[in-house]
Design a protein around this ligand. Structure first.
Ligand code: NAD
Length: 354
C-alpha cells in the first residue's frame, strides 16, 4: 500500500515542533513526513499532561493526539515555555481547553475528517463481531473446540439501527448498514439533508432508544453529550440492544452500563473508546507488569474497566478505529498543512474555534 504523503512541502526553517504521544506505528506515516517538512521536530513517547508539559519548553508548536491532556494548567506551562500553536493530529479536541489556549494566545488546529470510512468500517466490524461472536469462535477453534454452543447470532436484515450523530462518520456508517437491509433511525441536533435523502428517519432520542436493536454513537464529547447514555437512557432500550461506541468514552456512563450488561438489561456492548482510557490505552501494560514481577499489582487491575472488559457480552478495542493507512496519510498531510499555515502566519484552514 502506498504510504507516501502527497503534500506540497514548504519547509519552515523557523518552526520548532514537539510531538507528544509518539509511538512506533506513527514513525513512517506521521513523524517522518513531519521531519521532512520541518527542520526541528522532536518526538516524545510521553503523553502530554501536567508532569510532561515542561518538555515543550522552547518549542513553537506541539503536535498532540487523542489522549494528551491539555487543560488550563498545561496550557499555562506551554505558554510560558513559548508554545504558540497546538496541532491536534485527530478530530476530537475534548481534552484541550481551547478557551484557555486562545486566552493565552495559543491557536489550536485539528484534522476534522481524515477518513470517516476508517471509523465507520470499524463500527460495523464491531457490530458484526459481537453479533456473530467471531471473537469467541476464533479463540475456541485455536484450542481445538469446534462446537457452536453460544454462538447464535441474528440476521441484520430487517433490524432497526439507531445512529446517534449523523455527521460525517454517522452518515458513512448508515450508508454501509443500508446494504444489510436494516431500517435506520437517527437522532442529531441538526438534521442532515444528505441523511434524509438516504432514507434515514430522524426522531427524538427517547423515541429512538426503545425501538433499536443496535445503537451506534457518532457524536463529539461535550458538556451536552457527556453521559448521554446513562441509567435513564439505558432503561429505555430493548434488553437485547447492542451498543457500539467508536466516538468518545465519556458519552457512556460506564458504571451504569456495566451494571445493565450484568443484569442483561443491555444485550451487548462494543467500545473502541473508554471514559478512563488515558490510563490504559496505547500502552503495553502486560509487558510492564511482567517486568515488575514481585512488585505490587498495577492499578489498572483495580480499574472498573477490568470488570467491564471481563463480561462475555463486551468487546473492547484500544481506540484503533482511525488506524488505516489512508487515515494516517491524511492525518500527516493535514497536520503539515496546519503547521505550515501557522509558521507563515496564514489563516488556519482547520482552526478550532469556540
Ligand atoms: P461530525 O462533526 O461530522 O458529526 C458529529 C455530529 O454530532 C453532528 O452531526 C452534530 O450535529 C452532532 N451533535 C453534536 N452535538 C450533539 C448533541 N448535543 N446532540 C445530538 N447531536 C449532536 O463528527 P464526525 O467526524 O462524524 O466524528 C464523530 C466523533 O467520532 C468525533 O467527535 C470523535 O469523537 C469520534 N472519532 C473517533 C475516532 C476513533 O478512532 N475512535 C476517530 C475519529 C473521530
Amino acid at each position: 500500500m502506498k504510504s507516501a504523503v502527497v503534500v506540497e512541502l514548504s519547509t519552515s526553517t523557523e518552526l520548532k515542533l514537539a510531538v507528544f504521544s509518539s509511538c512506533s506505528y506513527m514513525e513512517k506515516d506521521i513523524n517522518d513526513p513531519l521531519r521532512e517538512a520541518f527542520t526541528e521536530v522532536v518526538c516524545f513517547d510521553a503523553r502530554l499532561d501536567g508532569k510532561t508539559a515542561k518538555l515543550a519548553e522552547g518549542f513553537d508548536a506541539v503536535c498532540l493526539f487523542v489522549n494528551d491532556s491539555c487543560d488550563a494548567e498545561v496550557i499555562e506551562t506551554l505558554s510560558s515555555g513559548g508554545v504558540k500553536f497546538i496541532a491536534m493530529r485527530c478530530a476530537g479536541y475534548d481534552r484541550v481547553d481551547v478557551a484557555a489556549a486562545n486566552a493565552a494566545g495559543i491557536r489550536v488546529s485539528r484534522v476534522p475528517a481524515y477518513s470517516p470510512y476508517a471509523i465507520a468500517e470499524h463500527a460495523v466490524t464491531l457490530m458484526l463481531t459481537l453479533n456473530r461472536q467471531v471473537h469467541k469462535s476464533y479463540l475456541r477453534v485455536r484450542e481445538g473446540n469446534f462446537t457452536l454452543d453460544g454462538l447464535v447470532g441474528f440476521d441484520m436484515r430487517g433490524k432497526t439501527v439507531g445512529i446517534i450523530g449523523t455527521g460525517k462518520i454517522g452518515r458513512v456508517t448508515a450508508g454501509i448498514l443500508k446494504g444489510f437491509g436494516v431500517r435506520i433511525v437517527a437522532y442529531d441536533i441538526f438534521q442532515s439533508a444528505e441523511a434524509i435523502e438516504m432514507g434515514i428517519e430522524y426522531m427524538e432520542l427517547e423515541d429512538l432508544l426503545p425501538i433499536c436493536d443496535i445503537i451506534s454513537l457518532h457524536l463529539p464529547l461535550s458538556e451536552a453529550t457527556y453521559h448521554m447514555i446513562d441509567e435513564d437512557a439505558i432503561a429505555l432500550m430493548k434488553p437485547q440492544c447492542m451498543v457500539i461506541n467508536t466516538s468518545r468514552g465519556g458519552l457512556i456512563d460506564t458504571a451504569a452500563m456495566s451494571e445493565a450488561l450484568k443484569r442483561r438489561d443491555v444485550g451487548s456492548l462494543a467500545i473502541d473508546v473508554y471514559e478512563k482510557e488515558q490510563a490504559l490505552f496505547f500502552q503495553d501494560l502486560a509487558s510492564q507488569s511482567d517486568s515488575q514481577a514481585g512488585s505490587s499489582i498495577p492499578d489498572y487491575f483495580d480499574h472498573e474497566y477490568t470488570m467491564l472488559a471481563s463480561l462475555p457480552n463486551v468487546i473492547v478495542t484500544p481506540h484503533q478505529a482511525f488506524l488505516t493507512q489512508e487515515a494516517l496519510n491524511n492525518i500527516a498531510e493535514s497536520t503539515i498543512i496546519s503547521l505550515n499555515e501557522f509558521s507563515r502566519g496564514d489563516t488556519l484552514t482547520n482552526e478550532v474555534k469556540l
